[in-house]
Design a binder for this molecule. Structure first.
Ligand code: S3P
Length: 430
């Protein structure tokens, strides 16, 4: 159901501690590896949001028992062969991660499956996975010559490949790693720019083997995994909205504990530092599979900066909220090398530019990003998430500093990654 929401305005003083929900990328992977591992995997702080629930539902359809007990999610894995042919379609909803990573898993399973999703998924490029998966020998196809969902996969025996990824995409890399794990031989996958490495860290956590050096990943086929205990850290991509709010709403101080701080995800922290934010990071001691820590932000004056190059994959999901930050910063901010934004849940260049403009931002799109001049005093208006969770949350944060009322259409989009977003925000803005 489409919901319209009047957003809170808060001219000063956001204070408190906010423990954001579990990391989306890690939650997806914990179900996937738990499903193909031997034995029980116990997941703490699993993200119960629509995207990860789609992953859960797909693996249940393949016969994997997944139970819940006192806030923990328990995956009862029976190894790769525990996955069975689903009797019906595998519906990934809005989740590109589910569609692409699962395609890698399904490519090596000896059965037929069909992967479908919602209207947004139907527009997202799938050739970037169907092409390399075919090189492993997978029988995989999709609408319009393998370009889009529905995907049809008849899995089978695979052989290792050497492949240079043409796009910097953790989803494509991970789909290939899942195929490589089931292939005969050692595969080499080379990335143009390092992307989030949660698949790699999780392979090690589940007792597997993978090496990564100079953007070159080597994966041996025929690996088995063993059930384990996973603590999912808070999602920095969800924390990003509060870091932005804390940075720009005057007299604010927000503390975000147990936030995931994997260096392949922390580009936003570098950007905030460079913009002049008052931010401190304290890493937790001890070795776990994923680094985590406490981030504290206090409001301060910000300045415009240039963002592009290798940092982009480390903050790709945070660019909408960075664009908002730039509207409040002194001077010009340029975001470039970010053409991947065009193929996210929405075309996020168009979505951010069109919606922030409604609020009065000085922002223009470019071929591979956007240019923002600030600071601007944002007004009010009716804006739309356009069905994209991160656009919805960006607009809710922008509304905090608006002069007049802001109404958000399709406000329910936040359920994709952060169902308690509005109540968490309200708890601080009071
Ligand atoms: C993700 C990878 C990124 C990111 C997405 C989650 C993942 O997508 O934008 O939200 O979990 O691997 P791409 O691989 O398409 O860049």
């Amino acid at each position: 159901m489409e919901t319209q929401k009047k957003l809170a305005i808060r001219s000063k003083g956001l204070k408190g501690q906010i423990k954001v929900p579990g990391d989306k990328s890690i939650s997806h992977r914990s179900i996937m590896f738990g499903a193909v591992a031997n034995g029980t995997t116990v997941i703490h702080n699993f993200l119960k949001a629509d995207d990860c629930l789609s992953t859960m539902s797909c693996f249940r359809k393949m016969g994997v028992e997944i139970t819940e007990e006192g806030g923990k999610v328990i995956v009862h894995g029976n190894g790769w062969d525990g996955l069975k042919e689903p009797e019906t379609i595998l519906d990934v909803g809005n989740s590109g991660t589910t569609a692409r990573l699962m395609a890698g898993i399904l490519s090596g399973r000896p059965f037929h499956s069909v992967v479908v999703g919602d209207d947004s998924i139907a527009k997202r490029p799938m050739k970037r996975v169907t092409d390399p998966l075919s090189l492993f020998g997978a029988d995989i196809d999709g609408r319009n010559n393998g370009q889009y969902t529905p995907l049809s996969i008849r899995g089978g025996e695979l052989s290792a490949v050497d492949y240079n990824l043409p796009v910097a995409s953790a989803q494509v890399k991970s789909a290939m790693i899942f195929a490589a794990l089931q292939a005969e031989g050692v595969s080499t996958i080379k990335e143009p720019v390092p992307t989030r490495n949660h698949t790699e860290t999780m392979i090690k956590k589940f007792g597997g083997d993978i090496t990564s050096e100079n953007r070159e990943i080597k994966v041996k086929g025929g690996q088995s995994f063993y059930g384990t205990e996973i603590e999912v850290p808070g999602d920095i991509s969800s924390g990003a909205f509060f870091l932005a709010a804390g940075a720009v709403v005057p007299e604010s101080k927000l503390v975000l504990p147990v936030l995931g701080l994997n260096p392949t995800r922390t580009g936003l922290i570098k950007v905030l530092e460079e913009m002049g934010a008052n931010i401190t990071v304290v890493l937790e001691e001890g070795e776990d599979y994923e680094p985590r820590g406490t981030v504290t932000i206090e409001s301060s004056a910000l300045k415009g900066i240039e963002i592009g190059g290798d940092i982009i994959p480390t903050l790709i999901d945070e660019i909408p909220v960075i664009a908002f930050l730039a509207t409040q910063a002194e001077g010009r901010t340029v975001i470039k090398d970010a053409e991947e934004l065009k193929v996210k849940e929405t075309n996020r260049i168009d979505a951010v530019v069109s919606q922030l403009k409604i609020l009065g931002a000085d922002i223009e799109s470019t071929e591979d990003g956007m240019v923002i001049h600030g600071p601007t005093s944002l007004q009010g208006g009716t804006v739309d998430s356009l069905g994209d969770h991160r656009i919805g949350m960006t607009l809710a944060i922008a509304a905090l500093v608006c002069k007049d009322e802001v109404v958000l259409k399709n406000a329910e989009a936040v359920n994709i990654s952060y169902p308690s977003f509005y109540s968490d925000l309200d708890s601080l803005a009071r």
